[in-house]
Ligand binder design. Sequence first.
Ligand code: SF4
Length: 361
Amino acid sequence: MTSLLELRDATKVYSGGLFKRRATVALENNYISVSGEHPTILAIAGESGSGKTTMGMLMLGFIEPSSGQVLYKGQDLWQLPKPVWKEFRREVQAIFQDPFEVYNPFYKVDHVLTVPIRKFRLANTREQEHDLIEQALTSVGLRPDETLGRYPHQLSGGQRQRITVARALLLDPKVIIADEPVSMIDASLRATVLKSLRSLRDDVGISILYITHDLATAYHISDEIVVLYQGGVAEAGSVEAVIQEPKHPYTQLLVASIPWPDPKRRWGQDAVLTQGDVFHLETQGCKFAPRCARAMDICRQSRPPLFQTEPSRAVTCYLYQDSPVLEPSEIGRVLGQNGRRAEQAQGATPAPGVPQVGLPG
Ligand code: SF4
């Protein structure tokens, strides 16, 4: 079965320094696929510098891979004929971190909703246009009479972000790539936006790539999770398994830092990259070895492959070298198993100890 959107052996290298001789690997040999037929929420989690935003930008076609491919319905995104590119632009939508950024403060919020309708000629009359807007707003839990005709500053961050979700919905997308969609919203309003995203999967059948540094929200709305470390997969599997019983030492560090009684403390704060950790192409061994308390000799000599520790779980760590090696290209199959299972398992009870974000409904 062809995926709707897929990274195939995708690497992104940014060049820098004098004569561009210093290369930093943002993403390395990644394989991720998103199905258009089995709606799933896949969290891409990692700290700053993990490559998660680069992954989203590649899948949105905003940047080109240095090697490998981004495929849309099996075709190279950068070789698409114009009509198919237009279809891609419609079927793959983005929601970004800053809900204020998409708004022009001089226009009423109606403007961000009418632009895509007119650009993609979704309505023939003003009446149809209005109906479409009302439907989209209602589907994300907003009341049109309380929303339309207002300026962006007259709405809360949560309302503004839900309007951007409504805007994406107008185009009847198959996939939404949401990059830190709630990180700039007040904690009290996050639940409403997360609920809107979850209902896109459940009620509208849209797959979501949820890019986040926040493991707690990933836990609450995702089916699967891929934890990235310096451009590579550290661990992948069902979100319950990975967060309740993390196997990779890096994921264990992240999960251990989840409870934050101090609101100023961010998840992953203990694991911030230092200059010495920045990964370059020539680095040997496990990328996490300089920080790993369980590092062995082999860890510094060669790069660990993905080990399949369970039917739907993979970990890039020599601690699991007794498990079968999983080809990187097979990670989509591992996650796909979870996706199908997640369709039956929605509503599973969160594990004790995992922070609640108070999702209503
Ligand atoms: Fe630590 Fe070795 Fe596993 Fe890397 S491969 S995370 S260094 S134990």
